[in-house]
Design a protein around this ligand. Sequence first.
Ligand code: KIV
Length: 259
Amino acid sequence: MRKITIKKILSQKNKSPITCLTAYTKNIAKIVDKYCDIILVGDSLGMVLYGMKSTREVKIEQMILHGKTVKEFSKRSLVVVDMPYKTYISKRIAYKNARKIIRHTKCDALKLEGGKNIAEIIKFLVKKGIPIVGHIGLLPQTSSNFKLQGKNSNQRKKILNDAIEVSRAGAFAIVVECVVENLAKEITETIKIPTIGIGASRYCDGQILVLDDMIGLSDFFPKFVKKYSNLKRNIELSVKRYVKDVKLRKFPFNKNIYK
Ligand code: KIV
C-alpha cells in the first residue's frame, strides 16, 4: 500500500482522473481511504454532521477533531482539511491557524476558498512549507446565493483569473465548484495544476463529492450529485425492523444471548 503524495496528484493531470470524497469520521475514512486519491475533511461537516445553516458556523476545533480522526484512520489517501471561515483573513492569522490544524491533525494539506483575494495568503503559506489546495467558483463560506457560476463574461473572466492567481500562488490543486462546463474546460486547459470539479463537468482533472450526498443520506441533492445508494432508506428500514423485533420480543435472538 503506497501513500498518495502531492507529486502523484500533480502527475495525474491530463492522465488519470483524481478521485476525491469527503470523510469526517473513522468508519468512513477507513472505507474511502481504500479507493480515493484524496480525502477531504470538508467544512461541509457543519451542515452534514451538525445541522448548521452554513459552513460559516464551523469552528477550527471541529475541523481539528474530525481532521485528526480521519488522518489517523487513513493510511493511503492524501488527507486535506478545510480551513474554516475567517481563519485565514490575514497572512499572520492564516499561518497561525494553518500550523495549529496541521500540528493537531497531521493532515497532508489544507484547503482555502477564494481566488485573487487570497492569492497572497496562499503564497505566504506555501512559502512556509504548507501544501495548499485552492477552491474557486462557488464559494460556500462567502456566497450569499448558491447559484451556477460563470454564466456571464464578467464572471467567467473573474473565475478564470482566480484560477490563474491561485495556481501562481503555489496551490498544488484547485477545487472548482459549480461552474458552467466550458469554463471548467478552459480553466483545466489553462492552468498547470489539477482541477478537481464538483458540479464542474467531466473536463476537470478529478472529481469530488460530499460522501453523504452520493450515498443518499443527505436531504440536499443538487443536479451534479449522482446517488450511488440510498442509505437513508436502508437505515430507516433497519430501524423499523429493529423496533418491530423489540416490540414483538423477537430481539435479542438466541444467538445474541450470553448463557
Ligand atoms: O466542504 C466541502 O465538503 C467542500 C467540497 C464540497 C468540495 O469544500
